[in-house]
Design a protein around this ligand. Structure first.
Ligand SMILES: Nc1ncnc2c1ncn2[C@@H]1O[C@H](COP(=O)(O)OP(=O)(O)OP(=O)(O)O)[C@@H](O)[C@H]1O
Ligand SMILES: [Mg+2]
Length: 247
């Protein structure tokens, strides 16, 4: 459980505040310290790419933000309101949606049941009908068990589940892993559309091409620390991309 080390919430809370603010996030697995003093901020309608190699700490940082690791400390604010003391299931309802890597969902439930499980209606927000409109394939498969979907279909379902909770912030962990290029393109345009609706998005990726195409800013993580942060345009083709991702 995350605790606030210092009672220093932002001055005002609400729609003008950044979608997500993370301060002094440290995550440990037992004695192993994996994420160090991590600070990130994502504005409304902004996409921050969290880029780093295998084992750099991207997933661990996201788990710390959603409150899914016991050994985490630090502060997490959504729209300026502290969610640090909320258990994970309450953080994810309506505040922060988490799309885990590998597009995990409930394999024995149908596509529609998976979507309905995370539903949290919001005025003008995502509904089952709107998710089906965006992903017609999911409508076709609505009565199928999720376990039988292809990798690309499962990824659509995982993102659809995230949208059904109408979050302020969407956290995506390597959503393009193993997907065909055409599915990756589709995901890219969806992320651009979501930004236009004001959603704040944190995208952890090794696929820097897609990430930097849709991102506004990039943060580079190495050995559990953010070592550089810059506008996405500056990150494309930069030395740091070569140095940190080895590309
Ligand atoms: N449950 C765990 N227990 C102990 N150590 C872990 C655990 N999960 C991850 N680690 C370690 O923490 C470090 C960061 O791992 P993490 O999975 O967060 O990296 P990542 O950037 O998401 O990597 P990848 O690109 O492979 O997904 C690694 O050294 C990893 O071995
Ligand atoms: Mg990972």
């Amino acid at each position: 459980m995350i605790v606030d080390p210092a009672p220093a919430p932002p001055a005002t809370a609400g729609a003008t505040m950044p979608a997500l603010q993370v301060r002094q996030l440290d995550v440990r697995y037992g004695k192993s310290h994996v994420v160090f003093d991590l600070a990130v901020e994502v504005a409304r309608g902004e996409l921050l790419a969290l880029l780093g190699r295998n084992g750099a700490g991207k997933t661990t940082a996201i788990l710390g933000i959603v409150g899914l690791v016991p050994g985490a400390s630090g502060s997490v604010y959504v729209s300026g309101r502290s969610v640090s003391k909320l258990p994970s299931y309450r953080r994810t309802k309506g505040h922060v949606a988490y799309v885990p890597s590998g597009a995990r969902c409930f394999p024995n439930l149908t596509v529609q049941e998976n979507l309905e499980l995370t539903a949290r209606p919001a005025a003008g927000g995502w509904t089952l009908a709107r998710v089906f409109e965006r992903f017609p394939k999911l409508r076709e498969l609505r009565s199928n068990q999720a376990g039988g979907l292809s990798g690309g279909e499962r990824q659509m379902l995982a993102v659809g589940r995230g949208l059904m909770s109408n979050p302020t912030v969407l956290l995506l962990d390597e959503p393009t892993e193993g997907l065909a290029p055409v599915v990756v393109q589709g995901l890219g345009s969806l992320l651009l559309d979501l930004k236009r609706t004001g959603m704040g998005i944190l995208l952890a990726e090794q696929n820097h091409r897609l990430a930097l195409r849709v991102a506004d800013r990039a943060a580079f993580i190495e050995k559990g620390r953010i070592v550089a942060e810059m506008p996405a345009a500056e990150a494309r083709g930069s030395d740091i991309l070569h140095r940190i991702l080895g590309v």
